[in-house]
Design a protein around this ligand. Structure first.
Ligand code: BG6
Length: 476
């Protein structure tokens, strides 16, 4: 009983939130670079405010982030010390193709990741690679309108051809698009979409989503052709919806909210647009243009496993304006009166993880992989950088317990678990450093001050023990 013997314990990061080195090694500018901290962040990430370059009035935390570009050896060593079996990281697309539409890649960028993968292998750490975690070269945004253009499919295909061949034998687990459903909620940060006056926003988003879905199927196809050992997953920002009351209308509202997210995974895992989505699009007047062969591609190249992030459950109601709202992963939800919340208002619901896992497993019957989960909190280090983060240990142990129940009691097939931000990094939602998730503290603040020194928190040793006992000993 318990987790499988080869369970992949580890941690997750994203290039734009940890690497920095935004203009080093021949890297081109990306959408994720020009997203500032502060009150303009939300309008920029939602594609409502145009910011295609840096200006002097804003601070852009991704430019240096935690400078993993220069600290990766030290960081991987610490991951290895915790006993990581896997490390989830993402590729900076514009490191490999600085403009995005070149035919030849940037060798320095390719080599950078190759060295990282080799370093991981040295410690027996299996890399889990997100091909794009929100980023898109700015040149593609400016010249083609990013994913609104069909041409992006070809550029992404080019990227996939290069990386699958180059990293053959080094990387086996791949995710095509991080939180693919975020295109609906944070379209500029998630897919480089900026909206001009008069744009039919829904139409643009779903057309861009179609391009990503086709690109994802092509990636899966190439991955399998290049190396049959490759395992490809989709990635959903998950969190099941609870109806606010047993009123059938609330239950129905929850179903509809779920479908907005499941839509993506239904296509990636079952290989076709679900009937409810086609009806909804027709009602809204959305016409997704498909090219000949798209349907066949989607059908023939479905994913091998379902990965997802889970931070909280969500609540649905027909009267959202009457009820208190709470913050959440990018988009707000109705506040659940039965749950506590983090300092950022994200509600804490370990049982919700078990429910979400069951919902996904029942629906797709494919192995699951939890690739993000964690608590964003304010840490107060002592003079040595040590943080007594019992609150984080408490959060994580309850979630590991819930996922163990899903495996043990419900029979869910779970491949692994990577906690989000295993080392402190820049928050995607707010751009803050202050919102920390890591087992490793990084000395850097919201304004970019600090020595960047890494130090272990209390949770570092706790997670080491969890991994060593394959999730049996969760005690603090
Ligand atoms: C997910 C993203 O949305 O949640 C990560 O994949 C992000 O990039 C994480 O960092 C946590 O969100 P936040 O806003 O606390 O950084």
């Amino acid at each position: 009983m318990g987790f499988r013997k080869d369970f992949l314990w580890g941690g997750a990061t994203a290039a734009n939130q940890c690497e920095g080195g935004y203009n080093e090694g021949g890297r081109g500018l990306a959408n994720v670079d020009v997203v500032p901290i502060g009150e303009d962040r939300f309008p920029v990430i939602t594609g409502k405010k145009k910011m295609f370059d840096f200006d002097d009035e804003h601070f852009y935390p991704a430019k240096e982030a935690i400078d993993m570009y220069h600290h990766w050896k030290e960081d991987i060593k610490l991951f290895a010390e915790m006993g990581f079996k896997t490390y989830r990281l993402s590729l900076g697309w514009s490191r490999i193709f600085p403009q995005g539409d070149e035919t030849e890649p940037n060798e320095e960028g390719l080599k950078f990741y190759e060295d990282i993968f080799k370093e991981c292998k040295k410690y027996g750490i299996e890399p889990l690679v997100t091909i794009t975690h929100f980023d898109c070269p700015m040149h593609l945004v400016e010249k083609y309108g990013a994913w609104r253009s069909r041409e992006l499919v070809g550029f992404y295909e080019n990227l996939c051809n290069v990386i699958f061949n180059r990293y053959k034998g080094l990387v086996k687990y791949w995710l095509t698009f991080n939180e693919i459903n975020m295109i609906l909620h944070a379209p500029f940060m998630g897919a480089g979409l900026y909206f001009e006056e008069g744009d039919n926003v829904e139409q643009v988003k779903y057309q861009a989503a179609h391009h990503e879905l086709v690109a994802s199927a092509i990636a899966t196809k190439i991955a399998h052709e290049v190396d049959p050992e490759n395992q490809v997953g989709c990635m959903l920002a998950a969190g099941s919806y609870y109806p606010y009351t047993p009123k059938p209308e609330d239950v129905w509202a929850g179903r509809q909210e779920e479908r907005e997210n499941y839509f993506f995974i239904d296509v990636q895992s079952r290989g076709e647009y679900p009937a409810y989505a086609l009806k909804e699009m027709a009602r809204k007047g959305i016409e997704v243009k498909m090219e000949e062969g798209d349907k066949e591609l989607l059908k023939a190249h479905t994913v091998d496993f379902i990965s997802f992030s889970y931070y909280s459950s969500r609540v649905a109601t027909t009267d959202p304006e009457l009820l208190e709202q709470t913050a959440g992963n990018i988009f707000a939800s109705v506040k659940n009166p039965y749950l506590e919340a983090s300092e950022w208002g994200w509600q804490i619901d370990p049982l919700g993880l078990r429910i979400t896992m069951n919902d996904l497993y029942d629906r797709y019957q494919k192995p699951l992989f939890i690739v993000e989960n964690g608590l964003g909190a304010v840490d107060t280090p002592d003079e040595n950088g040590y943080v007594e983060d019992d609150y984080r240990i408490d959060y994580l142990s309850k979630h590991v317990e819930a996922m163990r129940d899903a495996v043990d009691q419900d029979g869910v097939d779970l491949l692994g678990y990577t906690t989000w931000g295993c080392i402190d990094l820049v928050s995607a939602g707010t751009g803050e450093m202050k919102k920390r998730y890591g087992f490793i503290y990084v000395d850097r603040d919201n304004q970019g001050n600090g020595t960047l020194k890494r130090s272990k928190k209390k949770s570092f040793d706790w997670y080491k023990k969890v991994i060593a006992t394959n999730g049996e000993d969760l005690s603090n």
